[in-house]
Write a protein that binds this ligand. Structure first.
Ligand code: FAD
Ligand code: SF4
Ligand code: SF4
Length: 372
């Protein structure tokens, strides 16, 4: 990101979305809505003096709601550009209330509450769609207890808990009592491979759950992790060895079985009821935290975006691609990569990005050739 931000031939348009695409492959005009940050990217130095002055505290989306931020904020510490922005929905400053504490705290005079949105018209040869995924909301799967029991998390929340810049600075603490946990039950395929929710496999959960269990173990040698799975899909070079390493060197316990419910005890531990499908034995396991690897779905913005770009989606809202050209959407000149075309991990997303970029570059170079 830093390299892209500094590159003389790359213009990053943050807080922006494509709202129109006219023309044809090699000669498009893209209309882009650049939403106002209410803070000048050019003048803001990222000093952060404004945030402590702000009286409004709201949940921090980047921390999956587990931390808090102010109404004037920077989305995350490595954000490019390194400039603050104002959440107008949360900000007190409107026609009826005058707050302006942040503007008064800002020596650089970077804040402008009346800064308008802009619509840009950009001549482009090609478009690459890389809108990625959202994690399914596990609340409707009530038997797993998300939203009912405080110590049931879903995987993105857990990812933030294990991160040294996250809300607990990388310590795995139970949300109910902020105590370090000694046992975790990871449940794979929550909402995936399920006819009532998403029939497809999310493809990456078997591996990232293994990673999360190993990271958890690294924080404490006493921490025991159990991973419930339907079958293990370690489809990638070295992936199976990685899982074997998790068992032999990290003591991770895999249980073949799909849990039916999670019940909370009086002291807010969690009892997982399951059938071990390798023995047919119905059993239960008590742990201090449960992490749900919920189904990964295409980013919700893709439905509107597909209409704007004139490209087709499949029945699960992944972008439909040509059978032997996985980077080509149904509209010529609109290419795709990463999770928006189907469940893939980071390495495959990067490979596909190279492919989409080279197809886009072909169109751009043809245009340069014509103009020369
Ligand atoms: C908890 C968890 C842990 C994981 N751990 C690993 C791991 O260890 N290794 C691994 O290989 N994979 C891991 N994965 C999978 C990995 O996150 C994905 O493979 C990867 O993020 C896909 O990259 P992407 O660029 O396609 O999409 P994303 O990373 O989802 O990026 C898409 C970007 O597009 C933006 N966007 C969406 N819609 C629009 C729009 N309309 N206009 C403008 N911007 C838009 C989004 O805000 C986002 O920034 C993990 C996934 C989860 C849930
Ligand atoms: S808006 Fe002003 S006070 Fe806030 S980070 Fe930017 S320069 Fe600093
Ligand atoms: S004007 Fe808005 S963002 Fe600025 S300090 Fe007041 S409430 Fe916070």
């Amino acid at each position: 990101m830093i390299d892209a931000g500094r590159h003389p031939l790359i213009e990053l348009l943050t807080c922006s979305e494509v709202i129109g695409l006219d023309g044809e492959a090699g000669d498009f005009t893209a209309r882009v809505l650049k939403k106002s940050r209410y803070i000048s990217e050019k003048d803001c130095t990222g000093c952060g003096e404004c945030a402590p002055a702000c009286p409004v505290i709201v949940p921090n989306e980047f921390e999956a709601g587990m931390g808090a931020r102010k109404a004037v904020f920077i989305p995350f510490q490595q954000a490019i550009p390194f400039a603050y922005m104002i959440d107008k929905e949360a900000c007190l400053n409107d026609n009826f209330i005058v707050c302006e504490r942040c503007a008064n705290a800002c020596d650089k005079k970077a804040i402008d509450y009346d800064m308008p949105d802009q619509v840009l018209e950009l001549p482009v040869s090609a478009v690459v769609v890389a809108t990625g995924f959202d994690e399914m909301d596990p609340t409707p799967l009530r038997s797993f207890g998300y939203g009912l029991h405080e110590n049931v998390l879903y995987s993105l929340e857990f990812e933030r808990l294990t991160n040294s810049t996250g809300p607990t600075r990388g310590r795995i603490l139970r949300p109910s009592d902020q105590r370090a946990v000694s046992s975790i039950g990871f449940i794979n395929c929550v909402g995936s491979r399920a006819l009532r929710y998403n029939p497809y496999c999310s493809s990456v959960c078997c591996m990232f759950t293994t990673k999360q269990a190993m990271v958890a173990r690294e924080t404490s040698p006493e921490l025991q992790s159990h991973i419930f799975f339907i079958d293990l899909r370690a489809a990638g070079k070295g992936f199976r060895n990685y899982m074997d390493h998790a068992v032999t060197d990290y003591g991770i316990h895999y249980i073949r079985g799909r849990p039916s419910k999670v019940v909370e005890t009086e002291n807010q531990d969690l009892v997982i009821y399951y059938e071990d499908t390798s023995t047919g034995q119905v059993s239960r396991l008590t742990v201090e935290m449960v992490v749900l690897a919920t189904s990964l779905v295409p980013n919700r913005s893709i439905v509107t975006l597909s209409e704007v770009l004139g490209m087709e989606l499949n029945e699960h809202h992944f972008v439909k691609t040509a059978p032997y050209s996985p980077a080509c959407s149904s509209r010529e000149g609109v290419y795709v990569c990463g999770f928006c075309q189907g469940p893939v991990g980071i390495a495959e997303s990067v490979t596909m990005a190279s492919s989409a970029a080279s197809l886009a570059a072909e169109l751009a170079l043809a245009r340069v050739g014509k103009e020369a």
